[in-house]
Design a protein around this ligand. Structure first.
Ligand code: ADP
Ligand code: MG
Length: 380
């Protein structure tokens, strides 16, 4: 066997980048989250050849100051976190300073055009593979503040990854659309669009654009993204823990009330509509979560059980009903550092969340116990 030696920095960095940015979808997710962290109200996603040629995201957020630009794509450089203890209060999607540097490492070319309110004109930076600035030019195309990130030929240095991305085009576009819906729903104010272009014989052919306009509420978002029938069959409900419920003798962290904001199928809904497709939206503080791998899996099972029991549906319906659940809890009360894409959470107060959720389900479907008693009377 060879002797044990330290890997060189370039190799470490390349391996790491491939873990952070795994697909075209993960590029879109990271850029979308950066735009939301910059408080954008308008985000346009543009994909050329399903993102294999170009992924471009333009926002009207804060922009990046001239002094920050030299560090914006450097590995582990971030404007969102300074010390480890800050993690307890972090409200942004990003905080590791890894996305832009990984993208630079894996793509053929990366450009960032940005303008803050103070800047007279925008500047377009061409970045090198280490996330440093290769060149910069004045760009007169931005009127207000904002940022546009353009990525050309992602995964050009990882032939296997590129080939997999080529083969997975259809599923990748479907996932990007789902991603847009997830963030679009949880940010009603946000106007979000997805433009797809395909190059054939040197010409760009446009596909119809998907747009979620700015809406006044979550329910309005459901009506626009899906349809008014679904919007009429769901019930919006918010619930916050009472002071007594917050008290847990073994908890040392400062108790902060947990709040739930949900949109669940109403008692009068049509199950054939409610069970259509895969429309389960679970968030922690508006961060979309992979519920199947997280502590929140139980909440999905609870809704399914309650809804089916209320409508007296057969138990062999495997599908999951439409649901939107956002668990709002203290930023220090959960850990998202489990997967590189932060889609899995571990929760400190899982039991408190489930108890509160049981109360919320009682409000929508009636008390579990009275429901059981009613069923018993009917059976007799
Ligand atoms: P992180 O989001 O974890 O900080 P990124 O690599 O995604 O790391 O971004 C690095 C930094 O670049 C961010 O901390 C932010 O200051 C800046 N940045 C990136 N994208 C944008 C954007 N769209 N608008 C404003 N600032 C941005
Ligand atoms: Mg980020």
């Amino acid at each position: 066997m060879c002797p044990i030696l330290a890997l060189d920095r370039h190799t470490i960095s390349s391996i790491h980048s491939g873990q952070v940015i795994t697909s075209i979808e993960s590029i879109v997710k990271e850029l979308l989250e950066n735009s939301l962290d910059a408080k954008a109200n308008n985000i346009d996603i543009r994909l050329v050849d399903d993102g294999l040629d170009t992924v471009e995201i333009r926002d009207d957020g804060s922009g990046i100051t001239k002094t920050d630009c030299c560090n914006m794509a450097r590995r582990h450089h971030t404007s969102k976190l300074t010390t480890f203890s800050d993690l307890d209060n972090i409200s942004t999607y990003g905080f590791r300073g890894e996305a832009l540097s990984s993208i630079c490492e894996l793509a053929e070319e990366v450009y960032i055009t940005t303008k803050t309110e103070q800047d007279k004109v925008a500047t377009c930076y061409k970045l090198d593979r280490k996330g440093g600035i290769k060149s910069e030019n004045t760009a007169g195309t931005m009127y207000r503040s904002g940022t546009m990130v353009s990525i050309h030929r992602p995964f050009v240095n990882l032939p296997v990854r590129r080939q997999v991305a080529e083969k997975a085009r259809t599923i990748s576009i479907k996932r990007i659309q789902e991603l847009a819906i997830k963030y679009g729903l949880s940010h009603p104010f946000l106007r979000l669009s997805l433009h797809q272009l395909h190059s054939t014989l040197g010409q760009l052919r446009k596909q119809p654009t998907w747009v979620k306009p700015s809406t006044s509420s979550l329910l309005e978002g459901v009506r626009i993204i899906y349809d008014s029938t679904l919007a009429s069959m769901v019930e919006e409900c918010s619930l916050e823990e009472s002071f007594d419920q917050q008290l847990e003798p073994d908890v040392t962290s400062s108790p902060q009330p947990i709040r739930l904001h949900c949109l669940l199928p109403s008692k009068l809904s049509d199950p054939s509509y409610i069970f259509k497709g895969d429309r389960v939206f679970i968030y922690v503080n508006k961060r979309p979560i992979n519920y199947a791998k997280s502590d929140l899996k139980e909440m999905v099972a609870m809704v399914r059980r309650r809804y089916k029991r209320t409508l007296d549906l057969d138990d062999d319906v495997r599908k999951v009903p439409f649901m939107y659940i956002d668990v709002q809890t203290g930023f220090g009360d959960y850990d998202v550092n489990i997967e590189p894409d932060k889609s899995v959470v571990m929760l400190l107060h899982k039991d408190r969340i489930l108890t509160l959720f049981e109360d919320l389900l009682d409000r929508i479907y009636g008390s579990f116990f009275s429901q059981n008693r009613q069923n018993e009377v009917l059976e007799k």
